[in-house]
Design a protein around this ligand. Sequence first.
Ligand code: NAP
Length: 280
Amino acid sequence: MTDHDRIPHAPLAGVLGWPVAHSRSPRLHRHWLHRYQIDGDYVPLPVAPENLEQVLRALPRMGFAGANVTIPHKEAVLKIADIVTDRASLIGAANTLIFRDDGKIHADNTDGYGFVTNLTQSAPHWHPESGAAAVIGAGGAARAVVASLLEAGVPELRISNRTKLRAEQIKAEFGAKIVVYDWAQAGNMLEGATTVVNATSMGMTGKPPLRVPLDALNRDALVTDLVYTPLITDFLKEAEQRGCEIVDGLGMLLHQAAPGFERWFGQRPEVDDALRDAVL
Ligand code: NAP
């Protein structure tokens, strides 16, 4: 792309999904744009899978500095992007794209960053290296959580998933610290774990509840849920009743958005209560 192709324009960004109307990202980024008085916009971009590549190639010519990517495009963009970060490639999905001045599409995954930053900000006493982590689920979000927990220094990472093969795949790709538990034994992996994560979609409004027994849960464990509708899931409620510190999943959504905003609009944004209120 040449300089002539770049339209002098207030920077634009958006979220590509199909459907995308449910996404909270426009509200989130517009809150920051307003707050930092940046002349730009962030829009929902409903794009069918068969049109993804064509749309991605056109967006930089329309003044877009980058985009977020959501279901069902998170894996497909890896094949279209010119540059894929190691972490996006290990996770097997990207959620943040940067359209570079040289015309190249750069793909990254900031979900793991959002996950860990949410925990460190919401629970400053949390020490990932203090004990085993237990992750329930082995989907795309779980892969980002696993990558970030290993990077944060957990000594052992236990994982259980309804479809065991997906958990075994994670063990094969992420290495020796991973221990796979049968789905029927998922409750057992909570024993002695100091970080416990629900990375399934169970417990989400309209979905069945998470049915992993919490009897073995240690009261010193930090418990978090990626589901944020409802904000406090039954899983988090029960963990809190058992004396555990809990962290809801909304903070992960807010923090994963910050690196993209900074790259597109040139301002490192703050995640605070005003942003939470705006998104809720
Ligand atoms: P995904 O790739 O579709 O994975 C879904 C996971 O849930 C899999 O582990 C799946 O198990 C499990 N699951 C679904 N229904 C189940 C059931 N009835 N019984 C047992 N397990 C079931 O989805 P994802 O992208 O990883 O997202 C997972 C959740 O995280 C979603 O609720 C999503 O909204 C949330 N999320 C939140 C954030 C945030 O910022 N807070 C970011 C990303 C995702 P199988 O493999 O056996 O199907």
